[in-house]
Design a protein around this ligand. Sequence first.
Ligand code: ZN
Ligand code: ZN
Length: 396
Amino acid sequence: MTDVRDRSGDPSSAPRPRKQEQEPASEEVTEVAPGVLRMQLPIWMPGLGHVNMYGLLDDRGLAVVDPGLPGPKSWKAIKTRLKSAGFKLRDIHSVIVTHSHPDHFGGAGRISREADAELITHLAFTVWSIKVRPSSLEEAEAAERDAARAASSFDVSSDEAVPTIRDPLREAPSQEQQRRSVPWGGETPWGGSRHPMPPLRRRVLIRALRLLFTPPNPTRRVPDGEHLMLAGRPWRAIHTPGHTLDHLCLYDEEHGLLLSGDHVLPTITPHIAGAGKGSDSLRSYLDTLDLVAALPGVRLGLPAHGHPFDDVPGRVESIKRHHAEREELLRDAAVALGPATVEALSHEIFPKRYWGVMAESETFAHLEHMVQLGDAERLEDDGPFRYAITDREVAP
Ligand SMILES: [Zn+2]
Ligand SMILES: [Zn+2]
């Protein structure tokens, strides 16, 4: 059997240079485009050092995008940054949350309450809450699933510690798909691979989360194509599922500015959520990458992590290349192994230190994509799914 891992070119010994998304939050507030401020907030998650809260200024005050993690430390940073920009909390009239990860919505509920601000998300924004004081195993598992959703951000691809067709994930992701897009806790959609949280970690998390979280309730959910008036001009809402089902980008046609959230990051490949059997979240992701790359006049990407970057189409190309290479590895591994589980295949394409639910979730997304393309077949017998490469006649 070929050891495809050798081809990944991943020298585990050499320390990697720090990526810009991993830089600690700077206190500096910078105007990155007309009427657009970049304010960095500290976050404490593997693989990331800060989240960018953007401030969009107009004559009513400002709107903020992605106000960081929940909790007092981030809250303090929000107030300090606003102050150095010359604003008070009450000046915020709108909060926009690009997607349902805690490093993006953490401060949103509190800002909305204390500043009486509108809280805007995509239509499919997933609201969940930790309601139970678990008394049964079932309740504990549900709480664990919620806690995991809250505690882990699935921002970063595991190896980083065509809108023309009908896309059900873009149009109407079901409750079931939303539930299944969570790769941690409970049973994974590909079956046979449970990743329960250790009991102590679970208890600590649930307690911490009860103290910290008030799940944000959007006051306004926008569909794809709607325009929002921000910084005194219209921005188009673009639904970009893949990283999460509810991901939203905003586009300012006048200045060619794309608020890209976690959809396009400058140097890190975003994690793709495996949304469930038969849902091709990788396809949704690749298609909506093409969609943002093709925006007429797109000039500057304003990502949620890392610095503003000027070649959005170029960055999209290299993310797509990364996925094409990963798919190639997966195909070779699947040919070498014969019908194999998600777990086994993930072990072939990821180095050992990345094994686990994140690597499996991404492998699953790739395999379901190959099934949709007719390149692989999903075998459902008892136990976890197995996948096999489809023999196709090669055209002469
Ligand atoms: Zn994210
Ligand atoms: Zn993020």
